[in-house]
Design a protein around this ligand. Structure first.
Ligand SMILES: [Zn+2]
Length: 292
């Protein structure tokens, strides 16, 4: 494998592993097989800081290689020695820093509030010399964001992404907020009942009460609707990524990684949301592929 390659790294914010299993995702499946993995962070901030030092979600299947014969994609050259087969040993404080110093065409796009470039205390976008935050409704509660429209979503701005990646090799990072509460995409049906449901869910996510089984504050139908909307959001992302990958230049080999940063609990064990430890939060999907 050639270590000089384009990098396409996409994080599906809050996307559950079982949403990925249930969704129809031909473009993601074209990258490589869907793998079950475990993230090190229960919310956006720790998960992405961990990814950017090269530690991707750990595959928890019998064959834990990301690519055939490759058990770690990036590893800091400062880290202790390892018997693992590492694809790209890197120097510097993060993989973003490494590719920027190598003068790759590095651009980040996002995403959820932790990528808001208007908040000067946000350390994640500051890793990038070029970061494009596209959510003009940032700061609003999730129910107040409904319905989300294309120009507020990174993958609703494909032309902008393609224009910035006109030079190879590139490092493209996208944090996709569509699978995050309120889980809607421009093709979703959003009515006042759904807005009210999201408002109640957001309250529960903040309260973080652990309910007894059978005593959840949402009906089975409401929970199924939330899960179905996350699946629909992932399918919308899949379509957009298919269009994007076709448009990007590809004279270099390309390494593609798509994964969730963390999942989302919908009352599985009594709680709602993320930023707490539960199997539904820590288990995430990952697809990895390399094309010459
Ligand atoms: Zn997140």
């Amino acid at each position: 494998m050639n270590k000089e390659c384009n990098i396409r790294f996409v994080t599906l914010d809050a996307c559950r592993y079982d949403s990925a299993v249930r969704a129809n995702t031909p473009n993601l499946d074209f990258i490589g097989p869907l793998r079950k993995s475990e993230t090190a962070g229960s919310f956006t901030y720790p998960a992405h800081h961990t990814f950017f030092i090269g530690n991707l979600p750990r595959i928890i299947e019998d064959n834990s290689d990301y690519l055939p014969g490759i058990s770690q994609i990036w590893r800091s050259s400062e880290a202790r020695g390892t018997a693992k087969s590492v694809l790209i040993p890197f120097e510097g404080s993060s993989i973003v820093d490494y590719y920027q110093k190598k003068e790759y065409n590095v651009h980040g796009f996002g995403g959820v509030g932790f990528f808001n470039t208007n908040n000067e205390n946000n350390s994640l976008p500051q890793l990038f010399k070029n970061f494009h935050f596209l959510d003009s409704s940032a700061g609003l509660n999730p129910d107040q964001k409904l319905p989300r429209v294309e120009n507020t979503l990174p993958l609703g701005n494909l032309d902008l992404i393609v224009e910035t990646l006109d030079r190879e090799p590139y490092f493209l990072f996208i944090n996709s907020p569509e699978t995050h509460i309120p889980y809607d995409v421009p093709t979703s049906k959003v009515n006042s009942k759904y807005t009210e449901l999201i408002s109640r869910l957001y309250d529960e996510q903040n309260k973080k009460v652990k309910y007894e089984a059978g005593n959840l504050p949402f009906t089975k139908e409401e929970i199924e609707l939330l899960k179905a909307n996350q699946i629909a959001a992932l399918e919308w992302i899949d379509g957009k990524l298919g269009q994007l990958f076709e448009k990007l230049p590809s004279t270099y080999p390309t390494l593609t990684i798509v994964c969730a940063d963390h999942g989302e609990e919908f009352g599985d064990n009594g709680r709602f949301g993320h930023a707490h430890v539960d199997e539904s939060v820590m288990t995430v999907p990952i697809w990895v592929g390399y094309t010459e």
